[in-house]
Design a binder for this molecule. Structure first.
Ligand code: ADP
Length: 370
């Protein structure tokens, strides 16, 4: 309505101001006033066939009639134009208002916790873009909410197991059913240790998932990293009688990485390889250049990973064989989740390959060259 009003006002004022000038310019050449004593002015031959000769009073009447005609045309033209503009603007505003109203209702429902809310998207204009982005935001929120609930469930489950065990031992000790021997205290200590490692893992997990880990990217020589990891884990490898081999391609360039974090990732992978490789097996740590990246592989001759498990081992708290992992002193199942986040923070990828149970497995990751 405001647009219509302003348009009408401008049309009336501007045409009123310019009408006299326009009349003179367009009609002027066709009119010649009768000037007393100038008989040449009446010479129709020189002034052309369309010249109308009127006196000054008639000129005024001519202008007034001209203006009346103009106003009449303006009235009808303006009326019809306003009507059309009104209809068009009603249709257009409905087209805009109804999706916005939908979005507004949907966002209220999402704010109330109904994360499965989505809006219907039609067309390909800016409103459709807005609707699509809104739906993307809603599904991301739904995903995060799902993860949050799952995390709470997982964490309580993980906490419950060692706590139940500690409580069981304590009950037994109090009732005198369990002997107060060093073995009993050792079991309790181990369960408490599990709890404390779990809490450490959770803290680290929340940091990497929030992207709060600050990397100090520097040129890193993989030879140093490999030897540091090998040295750290050598005693455990020796005591389980598993061979640890390293091989680095000649002339491998420096990496752009955070040294401590890289050692953390490799220690996790090489430690896992030891954990899931029986005595007499072999673990190989190798690196080659591939395009603008370096590909690091940790492969073992261990228990392997089934196809189903391969799809999940990077999920939080996922353990292919929970009882086995627990017996063998395995972690809480977040080691690989953390490792993948750390590699991704470096701009690389981490994935696993295995031909199946009993066929060994390989963990591969890429890192950018310095
Ligand atoms: P965990 O602390 O249980 O080792 P991870 O996140 O490090 O947790 O590993 C998740 C799961 O992936 C493990 O429980 C195990 O089932 C599987 N896995 C990891 N490394 C290997 C490997 N080298 N061989 C076979 N399975 C493995």
């Amino acid at each position: 309505m405001i647009v219509l009003f302003l348009g009408g006002l401008a049309l009336t004022v501007v045409s009123g101001l310019t009408l006299r000038g326009a009349f003179n310019r367009h009609m002027g050449p066709m009119i010649a006033a009768v000037v007393p004593g100038r008989s040449d002015m009446m010479d129709g031959g020189r002034m052309g066939p369309h010249v109308v000769i009127v006196d000054a009073a008639d000129q005024d009447i001519l202008f007034r009639n001209y203006r009346a005609g103009f106003l009449e045309a303006l009235f009808w033209g303006g009326g019809v134009a306003s009507l059309m503009a009104l209809v068009a603007s009603i249709l257009l505003s409905r087209r805009i208002v109804s999706p916005i109203r939908d979005l507004s209702l949907a966002s209220q429902r999402i704010a109330a916790g109904k994360y499965d809310e989505r809006v219907q998207v039609q067309g390909e204009d800016e409103l459709a873009d807005l609707g699509n982005h809104f739906n993307q935001m809603a599904s991301r929120l739904q995903q995060v909410e799902g993860m949050r609930q799952q995390l709470i469930g997982d964490v309580s489950h993980e906490l419950r197991t060692p706590l139940t065990s500690i409580k069981g031992y304590m009950d037994g000790l109090m009732d005198g059913v369990v002997p107060a021997s060093p073995e009993t205290y050792m079991q309790i200590y181990q369960e408490a240790d599990r709890l404390s490692r779990l809490v450490d893992d959770l803290q680290e997990l929340s940091r990497v998932e929030a992207g709060a880990v600050r990397l100090e990217l520097r040129p890193v020589n993989l030879v140093d990293v490999f030897s540091s990891v090998a040295k750290r884990l050598k005693p455990q490898y020796d005591s389980k009688n598993v061979q640890l081999e390293t091989s680095i391609a000649d002339g491998l360039p420096l990496l752009r990485a955070d040294l401590d974090r890289l050692i953390q990732v490799l220690t996790n992978l090489v430690g896992n390889a030891l954990q899931y490789t029986p005595s007499g097996g072999r673990v190989t740590l190798s690196a080659v250049r591939r395009g603008g990246e370096v590909l690091v592989t940790v492969s073992d001759t261990g228990i392997g990973i089934s196809k189903d498990d391969l799809a999940h081992i990077f999920d939080r708290f996922y353990r292919a064989d929970k009882s086995r992992s627990r017996q063998q002193g395995g972690g809480s199942g977040v080691g690989l989740t953390i490792a993948r986040h750390l590699v991704q923070a470096h701009g690389g990828r981490l994935w696993a390959e295995s031909n199946g149970p009993g066929q060994g497995s390989a963990f591969l990751f890429t890192l950018p060259i310095h």
